[in-house]
Ligand binder design. Structure first.
Ligand SMILES: Nc1ncnc2c1ncn2[C@@H]1O[C@H](COP(=O)(O)OP(=O)(O)OP(=O)(O)O)[C@@H](O)[C@H]1O
Ligand SMILES: [Mg+2]
Length: 321
């Protein structure tokens, strides 16, 4: 019979390559390196180039979203950053070294995690998986001082995500939002410098999307952890973001929201007319897709109602996908 921990990991889609014997970073590459540096990066899967020409620089404590339609290669980008597949072009540095060599300093939340309601393993055990020996190179059930330190760190991580009230319950009894917080705590428990979160808002209702985004943003800025988060809709997260990366068959674009979220750029990327509008109270709307226009408040409020075709301003993504 499968061990409950292994079963929980399988349910969580935990497929990070295990850095049992992490290769030390070269000494010449110091703390001043950006967390991520991509220059002209490209990815090919099964002989097909998914995206190319991606430039991205992410510093400590920055919050970045990876956006784009289904199949654009967002999850593939996360996997490339973990060294699970090679870049097909350009230069990619992660925490100052090659992808895959610094995974012990990365927290990863894979896409589409769900726990069966019959799953009896507790939230605290799920969080401790982030420290478990098979995954990270320390014993699964440590004793003595190490055991106390492990328990303390697990409690800290649970506290950080506000999950103390339900962390001792079976994970299968927790709601989707509660499970999501516990999984974020698992990704955080080893104090990573970089968090890679693949659609952490998936299947959450709007209030939970806002709450989980606010939590991630707080962790990012207070703990100085760089966050790269794949999202389907930029609207619930826009006002937290320092940078965005759009991937689409029509190409790729990256930069600050002001630089990237414009009508010409989104129209080019999605191959269909997309307009980024700004209202007099600073709210933004992205129109030109099947869904109703999306309105939301922007922290860079404008005084005028105008189209943000090329002028600086932020917007939202409701492009097809
Ligand atoms: N191992 C593989 N072999 C063949 N094709 C693959 C493989 N992995 C991914 N792909 C294809 O690459 C494309 C990008 O996949 P990816 O999972 O990165 O998309 P995504 O942007 O994350 O999509 P979604 O929004 O649906 O999660 C898809 O068309 C997918 O079918
Ligand atoms: Mg994906």
């Amino acid at each position: 019979m499968q061990h409950p921990i292994a079963k929980a990991r399988a349910a969580a889609g935990d497929t990070v390559p295990s850095p049992r014997a992490p290769v030390p970073d070269p000494p010449a590459e110091g703390a001043d390196d950006p967390v991520l540096a991509l220059r002209g990066a490209a990815v090919r899967v099964a002989g097909r180039t998914l995206w190319s020409g991606v430039d991205l620089y992410v510093g400590a404590g920055e919050f970045v979203a990876v956006l784009g339609p289904n199949g654009a290669g967002k999850s593939t980008m996360i996997k490339m950053l973990l060294g699970m597949l090679p870049a097909a072009g350009g230069d990619v540095r992660v925490l100052g070294t090659q992808p895959g060599r610094a995974n012990h300093r990365i927290g990863y939340l894979p896409q589409r995690r769900s726990f069966d309601s019959s799953m009896r393993i507790r939230g605290t055990d799920i969080v401790r998986l982030g420290l478990d020996g098979d995954h990270w190179g320390v014993p699964l059930w440590p004793f003595g001082a190490r055991r106390r330190a492990t328990r303390r760190r697990v409690e800290e991580a649970i506290d950080l995500v506000g999950a103390s009230a339900y962390a001792h319950r079976p994970i299968g009894n927790c709601s989707g939002g509660e499970q999501q917080r516990l999984l974020i705590a698992q990704a955080l428990v080893r104090r990573p410098q970089l968090l890679l979160l693949d659609e952490p808002l998936d299947s959450l209702d709007l209030p939970n999307q806002s709450a989980v985004t606010a939590l991630i943003s707080r962790i990012c800025h207070q703990e100085n952890v760089a966050v790269v988060m794949v999202a389907h809709d930029v609207n619930p997260i826009l006002h937290h973001l320092d940078r965005v990366v759009y991937l689409a068959e029509g190409g790729a674009a990256s930069g600050t929201p002001e630089e990237v979220i414009t009508s010409p750029t989104l129209t080019r990327l999605y191959g269909t007319p997309v307009e980024v509008l700004r209202t007099s109270d600073g709210r933004l709307a992205v129109v030109g897709q099947p869904e109703a226009p999306a309105l939301h408040t922007d922290r860079h409020a404008s005084q005028h109602t105008d189209r943000q075709d090329s002028a600086p301003g932020t917007g939202g993504d409701h492009a097809p996908g």
